[in-house]
Design a protein around this ligand. Structure first.
Ligand code: SF4
Length: 378
């Protein structure tokens, strides 16, 4: 089994916190879709032989900026070149302002069976602050219309830790999310990435960052609210009702091979990782010329170990000790246990003797960055 990720880098406008590779050059959508179809064709042999695609994820950017005809063209190219499981999870990331009743009906005619909707907040002043194009009412209507149209696997993204956001406001956002009955929730604290307009505002002193204590209290609210409303935390920022974990994202954390198609997309064939440059015109030109523009990344054994431990410690399942030993050798397993020891003593990590896994505990979640950084080798 394998995954397929298609990167759609177009956005109607840019949000002030975003450092993803995306562009507002919407006129390039059709040449880009044509280029994606070419890359889909030339990438088939890069997956292990006889791979069946178990998950497809159209992420961005904003994939819902593509027309239904362009999405149809992509699905035709996928089915022409790949074997897709009849049970495949097929996700489209969408922004609420794109999800008009007509667009939703047209999405229903495509193989998409999961939507990930970029809601971010249910408060208009916060949406305006980060320059989202939709209102809270539009987000609520979009989720409801998708549900009424028959989408039964919907995830929404939320952000917490806005400047001046209160715990009461965050509680209301969480309540609204679960009132909508979505199957999956991804929630992240507002990040101040280098070079973004948001970070410049912080540096100029026009806004102030939410203090760590408030941010941790909001994460605590998130854990409590999701737990009492029947969502399982399966990764630090991801919560799902039973049976609705994101199979695509989970496969990244289990080292399942995946192809990343598109400008800036990453891939992993089970051994090597590679990425396409995050440059729209270079990507389109490269695909038109039939060139291999990939940048191959050869991870050292140490980097592979770090990658393995970091990704798995983020999950509620944790690190399998026998698997760690098989993959990296008994000495590396001993080193892992040595590093884990003080965190086990403090209760930030725990040992599951039945499954022989070490996983991060709830108290460890609040200090997860420092716990995980201890496992870095250099
Ligand atoms: S819509 Fe998404 S990808 Fe586009 S600018 Fe906003 S956060 Fe970034």
């Amino acid at each position: 089994m394998a995954g397929l990720y298609l990167h759609i880098p177009f956005c109607q406008s840019r949000c002030i916190y975003c450092d993803f590779f995306s562009t507002t050059a919407l006129t390039q959508r059709q040449p880009y879709v044509d280029a994606l179809c070419r890359e889909l064709q030339q990438s088939l042999q890069r997956l292990p032989a006889d791979s069946t695609i178990a998950t497809i994820y159209l992420g961005g950017g904003t994939p819902s900026t593509l027309s239904p005809a362009q999405l149809h063209q992509l699905f035709q190219a996928i089915s022409a070149h790949y074997t897709v499981s009849s049970e495949a999870e097929i996700t489209l990331e969408a922004n609420p302002d794109d999800l008009t009743p007509d667009y939703i009906q047209q999405l229903r005619q495509l193989p998409i069976n999961r939507l990930s909707i970029g809601v971010q907040s249910f408060r208009d002043e916060q949406l305006r602050f980060i320059r989202r194009r939709h209102t809270a009412a539009q987000a609520i209507a979009a989720v409801r219309q998708c549900q009424e149209a028959g989408f039964s696997n919907i995830s929404i993204d939320l952000i917490f830790g806005f400047p001046r956001q209160t715990p009461t406001q965050w509680a209301a956002d969480l309540q609204q999310a679960t009132d909508l009955g979505v199957q999956h929730l991804s929630a992240y604290s507002l990040m101040y990435e280098e070079g973004t307009p948001l970070t410049r505002m912080l540096q100029q002193g026009t806004i102030s960052e939410t203090d760590e204590e408030t941010s941790l209290a909001m994460y605590d609210q998130l854990l409590d609210h999701t737990q009492t409303h029947g969502y399982e935390r399966y990764e630090i920022s991801n919560f799902a009702r039973p049976g609705y974990t994101s199979r695509h994202n989970s496969s990244y954390w289990q080292s399942v091979p995946y192809l990343g198609i598109g400008a800036g997309a990453h891939a992993f064939d089970g051994t090597d990782r590679w990425a396409n440059p995050g440059n729209l015109s270079a990507y389109i030109r490269g695909m038109q010329a039939g060139q291999d523009i990939r940048i191959i990344e050869h991870l050292t054994p140490e980097e592979q170990y770090e990658d393995y431990v970091m990704t798995r410690l983020r999950t509620s399942q944790g690190v399998s000790l026998p698997q760690l030993s098989t993959q990296f050798g008994p000495e590396r397993q001993q080193q892992f246990l040595h590093t884990a020891h003080p965190h086990l003593e403090r209760g930030h990590l725990a040992y599951d003797a039945t499954r022989t896994y070490i996983y991060i505990t709830r108290s460890g979640l609040y200090v997860s960055d420092s716990v995980m950084s201890d496992f870095m080798l250099v």
